[in-house]
Structures are given as C-alpha cells and as structure tokens.
Ligand binder design. Structure first.
Ligand code: THU
Length: 162
C-alpha cells in the first residue's frame, strides 16, 4: 500500500476590497443575484455570477422547492443558464456568495460536490480553466484558479471509456 496526498492551492483575501477590480465587480454581481434567492426552507440565500469570455455576466440564485430535492443551487442555476444562452462561450470566472442569517452561520461558503462536478464539466467542455471566487458577502474570500482544484480525483468521462 502506498500513501498519497493531494495539495490544493487557493488564494485567501480578507474581504472583497482586496480582490482585483474585475473579481470584485463579479462578486458584487453575485451579491445582487442573492437577492433573488428563493430559499424559504433553508433560509440560506446564495447568489452566483458568471463572467463569460464575451463579457456577458450571467446570474443565478438558489431556487428551492417544497419537494426538497427538486430545488437547485445558485451555481448550477447560473451555469445552466450560461450554457443555454451562450453554449460556445467559455467561462472566465464564477463568483458565489451568501449572507449569513444568524450568528451561528458560517462566514465562509464553498460549493457543494454536485456543483463542483458540473463546474468541472464546463471546464473540460471548453478546454479552459475558470476562476472560482467564493465567500460570504462580508467575510473572507477564497479564490481557486480552476474548478478542478475543488474536486480532486473527480469522475471523468475516461471512466466510461469514451
Ligand atoms: N446552496 C447553494 O445554492 N450553493 C452552495 O454552494 C451551497 C448550498 C443552496 C442549496 C440550498 O438551497 C441551500 O443553499 C441550503 O443548502
């Protein structure tokens, strides 16, 4: 048996003020998108904003449903909307945010596993890495240079032999 380890590299910023101008603008778009979250069950609003290579910004927010699994995370709402409206345009960056609702809420947010898998597919589809900028609106921000670093040992199409 051999033991292996994986290193994940990411940037950490103490607040959005430390981000560079394009990243800060995208993060602010995610904060605006969060206002459209429909999250009556979790009371956890999430906003996402995608910058495409053609300059378009696509927004998403989490959309819940009384049949809980029918709801969708903000990231996937935005990713699927981007892929619908601009199927051939690669993604430059994706910002994700939440507004902690209680004292106990975490001041950080990172995407769920299903969203990471979906992000990875778009990176692969366009053969282009995109930046993932994530954090609570008033908290520290974590920046990953690509989606792949968020999902080590991912399930890829090679597994299907395709
Ligand atoms: N959620 C997102 O929209 N994005 C994330 O990165 C984490 C979780 C949503 C799903 C659900 O509507 C609520 O947050 C609580 O899990």
């Amino acid at each position: 048996m051999g033991l292996h380890s994986i290193k994940i590299v990411f940037g950490k910023f103490s607040s959005i003020e430390e981000l560079d101008v394009p990243d800060r603008a995208l993060f602010k778009a995610a904060i605006r998108a969060m206002k459209s979250a429909y999250a009556p069950y979790s009371e956890f609003p999430v906003g996402a904003a995608i910058l495409l290579e053609n300059g378009e910004i696509i927004l998403g927010s989490n959309q819940e449903n009384i049949a809980y699994p029918s709801g969708l995370c903000a990231e996937r709402v935005a990713l699927f909307a981007a892929a619908t409206q601009f199927p051939d345009v690669p993604i430059v960056s994706l910002a994700i945010t939440t507004q902690p609702q209680t004292e106990k809420s975490a001041s950080e947010i990172t995407p769920c596993g299903a969203c990471r898998q979906v992000m990875l597919e778009y990176e692969r589809r366009h053969s282009k890495d995109f930046k993932v900028i994530t954090g609570a609106a008033n908290g520290p921000i974590t920046v990953f240079n690509n989606a792949q670093s968020l999902l080590p040992l991912a399930f890829f199409d090679e597994a299907l032999g395709s």
